[in-house]
Design a protein around this ligand. Sequence first.
Ligand SMILES: C[S@@+](CC[C@H](N)C(=O)[O-])C[C@H]1O[C@@H](n2cnc3c(N)ncnc32)[C@H](O)[C@@H]1O
Length: 348
Amino acid sequence: MTTQLYRPEPVSLKGAQPVDRNTSPGNAVMRLRKGERLMVTDAYSTGAEILDELYHALRPPRDGASYALRQGFKRAFRDASLRLLAPIKNHRLALQDSQHIEFLRELYADTPDFTLPFVQVQELFGAWQAYDHGVQMAVLGGKIHPYYGTYAPTRTSHLELFAQWLRGYEGSKKTAVDVGTGCGVLALLMARGGVEHIVATDTNANAIKSVVNEIARRDGAVPIEPVHTDLLGDGDTPFDLIVFNPPWLKGEETSLLDRALYFEDALFERFFDQAHARVAADGRVVLVFSNIMSLVQPEVPHPIERELEAGRFTLVSRLQRKVRATRSPGGRHRTTKERVEIWELAKA
Ligand SMILES: C[S@@+](CC[C@H](N)C(=O)[O-])C[C@H]1O[C@@H](n2cnc3c(N)ncnc32)[C@H](O)[C@@H]1O
């Protein structure tokens, strides 16, 4: 498994035609959709306006549209947007009205001048803001600083439900593993809840970097050991708690962050095999899940129910909580049947 941090790779400038504020965004969008490569040469706002125009020209699907329709839109936008380029000089975005993005230095120490797709510069900028300022998490009683390329929760009902479960848990808290730790939020919750040693794993090297930095921000005063590995990793020491907030939908990965959202066929089978071998005799396997898969992919067999039917584990408890309504871009409350869930399993 490569420990190299993930970053958007520089692209060639060859054949790219210049665009600036004198180019109409509609004209630029037409050319991008035809396959032409364009380079923004004057200002950040020029690139942002073109991508905004592209987004609307491709007709974003409405709330409640099918998974296939949403994936199709996402792919079409991604394909066309990657053809709009932005210049980086001396680790800075070489456009007027652009702001500082330290990741252009940190992730590209080997190359000061290069070209990136504009949309990836926007993502690096958003990620830098979140990392630098931190994201407030009431459930943690403070901020979390997700590193670039790391999944960070945007809603918190499932984290609050996990915290509620942990408060009621009366078993041993000596050792735990947070499988697929992301930016480390469940590991930090367990540390706050009195777990004495927490191994935090992820296959994504950026997630591990995120947790390493998060521990350093706390001067090392949290008992978390980040490990870059698949699922529970090597070794045979048993864990009192095996915690996993897996991807909640079955689907194909088209980007690194998709690994946080979509699971491939064998993920749960492999997880349960390892969890069965590593959970302490009176320990618990705890999954943070949601009914979203049953709502939007009813044809997919439920991975936890399927494991329970196989008889290796018994269900100790299942907590459920309604997901708080969000507002649509128009300001209206979105109603949802979505529930987040905590599944607490013990060895049969
Ligand atoms: C839904 S996110 C959860 C992140 C975090 N635990 C949280 O609750 O916010 C799933 C995480 O699992 C990681 N992941 C996916 N497959 C994995 C695997 N086979 N082994 C370890 N981590 C994995 C992803 O990189 C991602 O960080």
